[in-house]
Design a protein around this ligand. Structure first.
Ligand SMILES: [Zn+2]
Length: 239
């Protein structure tokens, strides 16, 4: 293979992506985080794989390995031994599980079985779904506003795929933090315990509407409401 840098995979078929996810254990091969790039390691691989040497790397590990490349031997170890394939790897604070998480969002009463906490027209900033195969990580999609207040894709079913420059992802203890240096939109999701999700912050414009969701309240254009996200609704609150 030419070059020694990790590169973003391109043109993967859905089957190839599914194979890569399964091979890697449904998260970053280095730290287990379930928001990721599909990336190609600069090493040879066994010929049987549809996407050879292609792995999942979270945005932080991807950036780190781009800045500080490893040796071929070290890449080989990562490829063969993704952390999530280690039965002893601690994954209690990562969003794995076979049901939608119980959510703390917009009030003190826990919210159950909600895929879309807030829907404005036909636009949703946060969409949660279970993996189609029943195996793998909770699928998270995020759409957040850029400087023009228009919603843009940032995460597409766990694939880190921002449509605009300037978005950053950070994993802090049990939190996924997504923010931009060009916009005041942000998302902060805390997987506090298995099957639990606290929406620490979900702030975005959707056109003229400013949505600001915290564990304790939901604000829509500055009007604060509590307990309006209803359990067992596809969309917990519709504008
Ligand atoms: Zn990682």
């Amino acid at each position: 293979m030419a070059g020694r840098d990790i590169v973003e995979a391109s043109g993967l078929s859905e089957d190839a992506e599914a194979e890569v996810r399964h091979r890697c254990g449904y998260g970053c091969i280095r730290c287990g985080v379930t928001v990721y790039h599909y990336a190609v390691l600069p090493i040879p691989d066994e010929p049987d794989w549809e996407a050879p040497a292609t792995v999942l790397l979270c945005p932080e590990c991807y950036a780190l390995l781009r800045r500080h490349p490893l040796s071929a031997e070290q890449y080989g170890l990562l490829l063969r031994r993704p952390v999530l394939r280690d039965p002893d790897f601690y994954r209690q604070h990562l969003p794995f599980g076979s049901v939608l998480p119980q959510m703390r969002a917009g009030g003190p009463v826990p919210v159950h079985d909600v895929s879309v906490p807030v829907l404005a027209g036909d636009q949703a900033p946060l969409i949660l779904s279970l993996p189609a195969s029943g195996v793998g990580a909770l699928r998270i999609s995020l759409f957040l506003s850029g400087p023009d207040h228009v919603l843009r894709r940032v995460v597409d079913a766990n694939h880190w795929a921002p449509e605009e420059e300037g978005w950053h992802f950070a994993h802090r203890e049990s939190r996924y933090v997504v923010e931009s240096d060009r916009s005041d939109a942000r998302a902060e999701l805390d997987f506090t315990a298995p099957g639990r999700l606290t929406v620490v912050r979900l702030r975005t414009w959707i056109g003229e509407v400013l949505i600001d969701l915290t564990p304790d309240w939901l604000e829509v254009n500055g009007t604060r409401m509590t307990g309006v996200i209803a359990s067992r609704q596809l969309a917990g609150y519709r504008l």
